[in-house]
Ligand binder design. Structure first.
Ligand SMILES: [Zn+2]
Ligand SMILES: [Zn+2]
Length: 101
């Protein structure tokens, strides 16, 4: 997952870069520079932005889902909790089940 700042897009240069996850020391290779700070697994488990390592608040994810789907906070929170705050999964779930909401 990414924080709002990184989602809006930093100035990212293209080219491979290598680094290590600041949490589990797993080798990370990205196709942009600078390299991500946190691996995808640690990012999702610890609510950290994979790109800059900043902590992501749950409310940020809820608001983001709300804006992308146009649904209310209660529904967005419900689905995010179901998917353990995986934004992509939540978004896809809402798309596939839009008739139920
Ligand atoms: Zn990691
Ligand atoms: Zn970030």
């Amino acid at each position: 997952m990414k924080c709002d700042k990184c989602l809006k897009g930093n100035i990212v240069l293209h080219g491979f870069s290598h680094g290590k996850c600041i949490i589990c020391k797993y080798d990370i290779t990205t196709v942009h520079t600078p390299c991500d700070k946190v691996c995808k697994k640690c990012s999702n488990e610890n609510f950290l932005c994979e790109e800059c390592g900043v902590e992501i608040e749950k409310i940020e994810l809820i608001n983001r889902l709300r804006k992308s789907t146009g649904l209310c906070t209660t529904k967005c929170t419900f689905v995010l909790e179901k998917t353990n705050y995986d934004f992509e999964k939540s978004f896809n779930y809402l798309k596939e089940n839009s008739n139920k909401f």
